[in-house]
Design a binder for this molecule. Structure first.
Ligand SMILES: Nc1ncnc2c1ncn2[C@@H]1O[C@H](COP(=O)(O)OP(=O)(O)OP(=O)(O)O)[C@@H](O)[C@H]1O
Ligand SMILES: [Mg+2]
Length: 274
């Protein structure tokens, strides 16, 4: 299952969610591949891997190199990574020129998905509305949208949701599901409570029950090259990510059984050819 972790707004907790969710899933014996799609390479360094020139998805996206050659281990057991580096920044223009806009990432990830080596592929998206984000949404089974508990967050959220519906309706990925919205960097203030209530009021069960609290530990962990769930597992923020991980697995299971149900509910092909 490929899950894009996306929000075009910067600094909302996408990378923190990607690396921590990966570590939590790995702690539950799942094999995980994190794809760092952001030239800032925060997920790469946040998993203890030093960004290296020429080691990124770029070559594979431009159909010049094999993806397998770029998969590396990380500081976290069972979490593998396709690193990023600054070169990835130029890829948008190169992809636009090649005309392979939206299908690029899907094509590249297909052999990885078919190999069945990984239970989950988590794609950490860059904070922009460019081709990299669109190609991640085109390749993904579901999108997880982290958002900060702040006033303008709702507006940003409607922008991602519009993009999701455009990717669905435009035919690039009609089956793209919304895994959920994860509220991050919550601090006990009236404003944060109001924002959470407003988002829940508008998006209902799409919003994760778990809310990730703000904590200096979350900001510290990347400088040690570790997700906070590994760096300080007993802190409230780490505990919240463990809960979010459990909720993520429940949601994934529910989506699978729903899609099996709809498959079963479809009439057999012969009866539809009247
Ligand atoms: N729960 C939290 N409490 C405190 N700080 C946090 C928390 N989550 C993330 N941060 C910090 O906030 C900053 C932004 O988080 P992060 O990098 O995860 O966001 P992002 O959406 O990936 O940003 P970008 O859009 O730049 O890729 C980072 O310095 C991170 O360490
Ligand atoms: Mg990031």
């Amino acid at each position: 299952m490929i899950v894009a972790i996306a929000n075009q707004k910067g600094g909302v907790g996408k990378t923190t969610t990607a690396v921590n969710l990966a570590a939590v899933l790995a702690s539950k014996r799942k094999t995980v591949l994190v794809v760092d799609l952001d030239p800032q390479a925060n997920a790469t360094s946040g998993l203890g891997v030093e960004p290296k020139e020429g080691v990124s998805l770029r070559g594979a996206l431009l159909a010049t190199e094999r993806l397998d050659d770029f998969i590396v281990g990380t500081a976290v057991d069972k979490v593998n990574l396709i690193p990023a580096e600054v070169d990835l920044a130029g890829v948008e223009i190169e992809l636009a020129r090649s005309g392979d806009h939206l299908d690029g990432l899907r094509r590249v990830l297909e052999p990885v998905e078919k190999s069945g080596v990984f239970d989950y592929v988590l794609v950490d998206c860059p904070p922009s509305l460019g081709i990299l984000l669109s190609s991640a949404l085109s390749a993904a089974d579901a999108v997880l949208v982290p958002m900060q508990c702040e006033y303008y967050a709702m507006e940003g959220l409607s922008v991602v949701m519009q993009l999701v519906s455009r990717i669905r309706r435009g035919g690039a990925n009609p089956n793209l599901a919304v895994d959920g919205i994860l509220m991050t960097m919550y601090s006990r203030t009236r404003l944060a409570d109001e924002v959470v209530a407003q988002v829940r009021g508008h998006y209902g069960p799409s919003v994760y029950k778990t809310v990730i609290p703000r904590s200096v530990r979350a900001g510290e962990a990347p400088s040690y090259g570790l997700p906070v769930v590994a760096y300080a597992p007993s802190t409230p923020v780490a505990q919240a990510y463990f809960e979010a991980g459990a909720e993520f697995l429940q949601r994934a299971k529910m989506r699978q059984s729903v899609s099996r149900m709809t498959d079963a509910a479809l009439p057999p092909v012969s009866s539809t050819i009247a």
